[in-house]
Each structure stands twice: as C-alpha cells, then as structure tokens.
Design a binder for this molecule. Structure first.
Ligand code: CTP
Length: 395
C-alpha cells in the first residue's frame, strides 16, 4: 500500500476531498492531508483526521516544534501527491514555483508523481491565464485531470466541477501502478498529410498530431519502444520516441510498411488526406494554368493495409472522426479494417477533434463499447495504452 499526500485548497468542492480521503484509506493507503488556509474556511482538519486516522496538516503546523521540516518529510515519504480540489489561484502559484504555504512548498519538494484536480467556474478554467498555468504544469510533468461538466457553484452549468472521488481514486491507482510495456514495439501514425499540387499548394486538414503524441508519450512512460510516423506539425515529439517525419499519404504508408512487421501494436491516429491531385507539378504553377477543377485520386488507406496484413498477435487500433452516427460508423470501420479497437470521436462536438486538448470518445471493440471522457488527450492516450497492454497480456 502507498503513502499519499492529499492537498486540499479552498474551493466549494473541498467536501468531496473528505470522500476521496476516506476512499483512499479504505483501499489501504496511508493518507496525509494538507489543508491550505482557504481550505480551512470550508472544512476543519478534524473531518480529515477522522477518516484517515492520521493527523491533518495546516499552515500552522508548518514549522514543527521537534525541528522536523514538515514539508520535506511529507514530500519525501510520499508515493504520490494529489491536490483536489486545486483552485485557479493554486494552479497559478504552482506553475511559477511560488511556495508561500505548506502545500505549495511541499509540491516543490516532491519528486514523486503529482496529480492536480482543478475545480473552478468554467470561465475561470477557460481563462488564458489559467490555461497558461496548466500548460506550464503539464510541461513540468504534472498530471492534470480535466474538470467535469455539470452544475457549478454559480448555479450555471459548465466544465469546472471536481471529478467524482471514484474517478480521482481510479486515476491515482493507475499512476501508482503504471502499465509495463517494456519489450513492446509500438508504431503510431499522427498528424495530417499534405498532398501537393505543386511546391506551394496542397490538400490537407486541421490535424495537429496531438492525439498521436499523447499515445506515444503514454506508451513511452510505460516503457515501450515507440516510433511515431508523423505528418507536418509544429508540435515536438516526446523524449525517447523515434520520429519519422513524412509529408504525404504515400510517404506515410511507405514508412509504416517498413516498420509494421516488427511492431507488436499499431495505433493509427493520423488524419490521412483521403484525396490527392492526380497530377503533381515540380514547379509553382501559374494560377491561370490550374483551372477551376483539379482532378483527384484516392490515397492509400494505411490502416486498411495494416488490417489486411496483420500477423497473429499484433494489436491494431484505429480512429474514426465522425459527424453523424458515431457508433455505427465505428463498428463498420472496426470490421472493415480488421482492428481490435476503434476510438471514435464526434468532431462536430465542441471540445473534441482537431487542435484542442480534449476529447470525448467512444471506444468500440468486438466486446462492446464504452464512453471515455470528455477528458484530456493525455487521458485518452493512457486508456489506449491500457487497452493495448491488456491485449498483449501485459499488466
Ligand atoms: N486512415 C489511414 N489511411 C487513410 C485514411 C484513414 O490510415 N488513407 C486511418 C486513420 O488514421 C484512422 C482511420 O483510418 O485511424 C479512420 O479514419 P477516418 O478518416 O475516420 O475514416 P475513413 O476510413 O477515411 O472513412 P470515411 O471518410 O468514410 O469516414
């Protein structure tokens, strides 16, 4: 069993932290609770010590009389630090390393995994200042849960609620017991492709490669050897992941074909352009020469090729970007492309699809279907890696 530090900051969702502390205790963990002064305005330390059977810490006990440096002792002994709820104020401070209380100081001293669970009004969550802080924290390797949708303290509805204690506890268990994909070779496609008419004009789409990068990162964290075949994107590839940069669908297919046989699993997140100009010019064509109709032809379907050529035991995951009947289209693609899993998302929904950090997906396999999210693409990446690990008989 693990030692968990649960930081509680001052938001109306703080009452859920008592349930979370109790839930973690019932799972056999030792839980040290640290309240900020603002959290104390909502709840008494006693609420926590009663469910954890341990002392709950506040800023008052920051400098212990016995000479122990409390924040260091708590941070060093912890297997995981979780802050739930994490207010906008706390995220902004944590992003900049401001250490003005026991919890913020402890966070700086912690070398174990850290999970932050924001909760606030949706407008505060969406504010660029908060999103800047979130980006900085993620870049520092902090895990953040996506706030849940629903009723907010203001009486409005929106994305800003603290996720339910069970969901937070499940995330904690996953972080404490990551999958082990050592020895597994994973091939991932990501980003858009560009089908050039001439050196300056092309047919493409708005994919950024974020989803594929999230899958690569999750798999890398689990110890897999990851190759990312990625179309043109501004985003950088995670450390330790082999990057194969391509431009067109034909180049992407070629890169995949060269590496497919040795891969244990293939995850196709790329938004491959379906059409390419039949004729491609090596020089910039004058607009008068192009005409109003450009003859097109289909590109290769890379995932379909992989499905037709898969070896026994190989795991195949595809995506489906849909605007209509998401579930039935996903089932069709699952069978037609011989996949183990199709991750379908409704790109017509706000907060899902291209160039955003969140996704709401339907996981469709032969065994059935289940909704994942709305949550971060990082989370979706983790879920896909968990599926692959399960299929490969890995923990
Ligand atoms: N895909 C691929 N090569 C293509 C087209 C798609 O590998 N030329 C893969 C994508 O990476 C994704 C899956 O196939 O994993 C489904 O892509 P999607 O664009 O949703 O579907 P299409 O097969 O193009 O079908 P449709 O346009 O009919 O929805």
């Amino acid at each position: 069993m693990s030692r968990i530090v649960l930081g509680v900051t001052g938001g109306v969702a703080a009452y859920k932290a008592v349930m979370l502390a109790s839930r973690l205790r019932q799972s056999g963990h030792d839980v040290d609770v640290v309240l900020t002064p603002a959290a104390e305005a909502f709840l008494a330390p006693l609420s926590f010590s009663a469910v954890t059977n341990r002392r709950a810490y506040t800023d008052e006990g920051r400098f212990a009389a016995d000479g122990q440096i409390v924040h260091v002792a708590l941070a060093q002994g912890a297997d995981l630090v979780v802050v739930a709820p994490a207010t906008a104020d706390f995220l902004a401070k944590a992003a900049h390393g401001i250490a003005d209380g026991l919890l913020s100081t402890l966070l700086l001293a912690a070398t174990c995994p850290v999970l932050l669970c924001p909760a606030m009004e949706d407008d505060m969550w969406a504010h660029p200042a908060t999103q800047r802080a979130v980006a900085l924290l993620r870049a520092d390797g902090r895990a953040l849960m996506q706030p849940a949708e629903g009723h907010l303290a203001s009486g409005r509805r929106g994305a800003g609620r603290l996720p339910e204690p069970d969901a937070i506890a499940a995330e904690i268990e996953r972080m404490l017991h990551p999958h082990d994909l050592s020895g597994v070779r994973l091939l991932v496609t990501a980003g858009p492709t560009r089908e050039h008419i001439d050196p300056v004009r092309f047919v493409s789409n708005g994919s950024t490669g974020r989803m594929g990068i999230a899958v690569a990162q999750a798999a890398r964290r689990a110890g897999a050897e990851v190759t990312l075949v990625i179309g043109p994107t501004e985003l950088s590839v995670p450390d330790g992941v082999e990057r194969v940069a391509v431009t067109s669908a034909a180049e992407m297919l070629d890169a995949v074909q060269r590496r497919f046989l040795e891969a244990h699993a293939f995850v196709a997140t790329a938004a491959v352009a379906d059409l390419r100009p039949r004729e491609q010019f090596g020089r910039k064509v004058k607009k008068a020469e192009i005409g109003l109709e450009v003859a097109m032809e289909r590109t290769e379907d890379i995932l379909a090729w992989a499905g037709a050529n898969r070896a026994p035991g190989q795991v195949l995951v595809g995506f489906a970007a849909e605007t209509g009947d998401v579930a039935s289209e996903a089932r069709r693609k699952l069978l037609e492309k011989h996949c183990d899993l199709i991750v379908a998302n409704d790109i017509g929904e706000p907060g899902s699809g291209f160039a955003v950090d969140t996704n709401r997906c339907l996981f469709v396999s032969r065994e059935g279907e289940r909704q994942v999210g709305p949550t971060s693409k990082r989370e979706v990446g983790e879920e896909i890696v968990a599926f692959v690990a399960g299929r490969l008989g890995k923990r």
